[in-house]
Design a protein around this ligand. Structure first.
Ligand SMILES: O=P(O)(O)OC[C@@]1(O)O[C@H](CO)[C@@H](O)[C@@H]1O
Length: 316
């Protein structure tokens, strides 16, 4: 089972609009509400591809009630930790005219010491049945920035590799705990290392403790900096759609292949194929399974020879 932890989940509300015009009244043509937060999306994708998973998340009042009901209905295996604060809402504005995606992410409610402890206890209890731990998303306000680091260390002690997808101080402290993989996007990587070049920045994060750094480069795919080499993976073609949750689908692919102890080219191929299939899914956490099946064979992976900058196609 792959365990995902989402300390700051959200009710994800997606509005489909025409043109996004400031200073105007916008009337969406469709509204969808579902349980969200990065780790919840990861579990949704894993469940869709038939992988055993458990989404672990604290849920509170307010929008938390809708989140609970939707997640139960979805059939995605989950475990809730009840909290006193209100669960936040994240809003996606999806323009069908120019395919822009605008996100409005509320900060969420702080977790008390006791609530953090309950979450950590649940991770501890579930780890013996887990093959991979995924720690995803922002932390609630006023959290200790080493919150993910503590969970990663707990997983390492249990012999379970971790994947970390977060930003800022939580990312830097998490990296120091030695996760198997961190998956920042290019701007998160730039923000936490101060380096513009993704490869130099990925190497800097490896030097801080991560075993491997997989950088998501949006429509350009993924760059992997690992102890065994450096790889680039590109989707077979550009896609139009909803990019919200594409990074989470990439994390699902990474966790899936980490659990199977696959080679890095296979990890990258899976991550890019799921991420592309997520762009074609209408909502964050959805994947177009038929496209995923075809794209898995079509993703281009090349190893980057750091000596002479030569990139060679590989088929492992
Ligand atoms: O505010 P965070 O925790 O960084 O991100 C939350 C979020 O925007 O990420 C997902 C897309 O990756 C959305 O479903 C979700 O609401």
């Amino acid at each position: 089972m792959i365990l995902t932890v989402t300390p700051n989940p959200a009710l994800d509300v997606t509005y489909t609009l025409g043109q996004l015009v400031p200073n105007s009244v916008l009337r969406p043509s469709a509204v969808h509400r579902r349980a969200g937060g990065k780790g919840v999306n990861v579990a949704r994708v894993l469940h869709a591809v038939g992988q055993d998973t458990v989404a672990l998340l604290p849920v509170g009042t307010g929008d938390g009630e809708l989140l609970r009901a939707e997640l139960v209905d979805s059939g995605v295996p989950h475990e809730f930790v009840g909290t006193g604060g209100a669960t936040r809402r994240t809003t996606t504005l999806l323009s069908t005219v120019d395919d822009t995606v605008t996100l409005l992410n509320e900060p969420g409610s702080r977790l008390s010491e006791m609530e953090w402890q309950e979450l950590a206890d649940a991770v501890h209890r579930l780890l013996p049945s887990a093959s991979v731990l995924v720690c995803s998303g922002s932390l609630p306000p006023e959290s200790r920035t080493d919150a993910y680091a503590q969970l990663i260390r707990m997983a390492t002690r249990a012999g379970v590799p971790s994947v970390l997808d977060t930003s800022g101080a939580a990312l830097l402290e998490g990296v120091a705990a030695g996760p198997a993989v961190v998956k920042p996007n290019a701007s998160e990587l730039r923000e936490c290392t101060g380096l513009d070049d993704p490869l130099a920045a990925a190497r800097a994060l490896r030097a801080r403790g991560a075993d491997a750094v997989l950088v998501s480069l949006g429509p350009d795919g993924l760059l992997a900096c690992t102890g065994e080499g450096v790889w680039r993976a590109r989707p077979s073609r550009p896609l139009r759609g909803n990019t919200t949750g594409a990074g989470d689908a990439a994390v699902a692919g990474i966790a899936l292949e980490l659990a199977a102890r696959s080679s890095w080219p296979r990890v990258l191929r899976q991550a890019v194929a799921l991420s592309s299939a997520a762009v074609l899914g209408p909502l964050a956490g959805d994947v177009d399974l038929e496209y995923h099946r075809r794209e898995l064979r079509a993703v281009a992976v090349e190893e980057v020879d750091l000596e002479d900058g030569h990139a060679a196609g590989v088929n492992r």
